[in-house]
Design a protein around this ligand. Structure first.
Ligand SMILES: Cc1cc2nc3c(=O)[nH]c(=O)nc-3n(C[C@H](O)[C@H](O)[C@H](O)COP(=O)(O)OP(=O)(O)OC[C@H]3O[C@@H](n4cnc5c(N)ncnc54)[C@H](O)[C@@H]3O)c2cc1C
Ligand code: FES
Length: 278
């Protein structure tokens, strides 16, 4: 990213919504094009600040992998309050403001020819999808890729067709579970941690990337610890309420760490002392 002065950091760039799709009752997909820049230049796990003009600004993770269509990137937004509701009301051709990309990112550097394990809970699939797609698109560079995904119910599952496509690649395994099934659901039922014990994890050679709701981290980490996965190989994304997104306002602090700059992606070995605050 080019060096910007402080004033520029707060000025949103113009962008246009070029495609939208209703994904579930709560989540909507947006493909967005920057109007004044060739490409967003993000890495997996980073986020942007999205302005809905006249309403406000919210942090949203970039869901598409790097090197997407020129100047375009994808977001998935859950209706939570004022700004996200206003974003849902926008359609194609609407203009929004974009700042970023901001924050730390996931990387598979050092894990070529090794294993990657993704663990996504609920809407955590949205940020993780950027990294999953980057790795799955280059699947031959890795030995084994495993994707675990859990949602509350079958109708809350996101990107089902993509999941099917990923699972068809020779070294990619996708395992999905729901907390509660319905009459049409033939798959696993149970929380996401039920998918971890049967896994054969080569603990020296596996990178684990985890994104999910706060309650999930504690149990996933306990489960990975029982498999003896080293904390230095576990990366997770922590979301905190954010305002500036650039390390100035202090809104996102987790015991002195600024989640917008030191995170959202952390190596668990670096934040083990924050375990209680996760
Ligand atoms: C780095 C980062 C990445 C994010 N990525 C996505 C994404 O890809 N898709 C998506 O739908 N949402 C994402 N969020 C959450 C999103 O920013 C919030 O839902 C949004 O700010 C809510 O704004 P609002 O005005 O609609 O609702 P508000 O009225 O501000 O909030 C509605 C409810 O959501 C809660 N809330 C607000 N912000 C957060 C937060 N950060 N964590 C937990 N609860 C929160 C509030 O406490 C309140 O209960 C991300 C947040 C962060 C920090
Ligand atoms: S959001 Fe302002 S310091 Fe992180």
């Amino acid at each position: 990213m080019s060096q910007k002065n402080d004033k520029d950091l707060y000025v949103p760039e113009r962008a246009r919504i070029v495609e939208t799709k209703e994904m579930t009752d709560l989540e909507k997909y947006f493909r967005i094009k920057l109007l004044d820049r060739e490409a967003l230049g993000h890495a997996p796990g980073q986020f942007v600040m999205v302005t809905v003009y006249g309403v406000g600004e919210v942090p949203i993770s970039v869901s598409s992998p790097p090197n997407g269509r020129s100047g375009e990137f994808e977001l998935v937004v859950r209706k939570a309050g004022n700004v996200t509701q206003a974003l849902h009301n926008l359609g194609t051709e609407s203009l929004v403001g974009i700042r970023g990309p901001f924050g730390t990112n996931f990387t598979s550097k050092g894990f070529e020819r090794k294993d990657i394990l993704f663990i996504a809970g609920g809407i955590g699939l949205v940020p993780l999808r950027s990294f999953i797609k980057q790795v799955v698109n280059e699947n031959k560079k890795y030995r084994k890729i495993t994707i675990l995904y859990g949602a509350k119910s079958p109708d809350e599952l996101l990107f089902k067709e993509e999941m099917d496509q990923w699972g068809k690649k020779e070294n990619v395994e996708v395992k999905i579970t729901v907390d509660k099934g319905d009459p049409s659901w033939k798959g696993n039922v149970g929380v996401i941690t039920t998918l971890i014990p049967p896994l054969e994890i080569d603990i020296q050679n596996t990178l684990v990337a985890v994104v999910g709701p706060p309650v999930m981290y504690k149990f996933v980490i306990l489960s990975l610890a029982s498999k003896k996965v080293a904390n230095k190989n576990i990366y997770l994304s922590l979301e905190r309420r954010m305002k500036c997104g650039v390390g100035k306002c202090g809104n996102c602090q987790i015991q002195g760490s600024y989640a917008c700059q030191d995170g959202p992606v952390y190596c668990f070995a670096d934040i083990e002392h924050l375990k209680e605050a996760l």
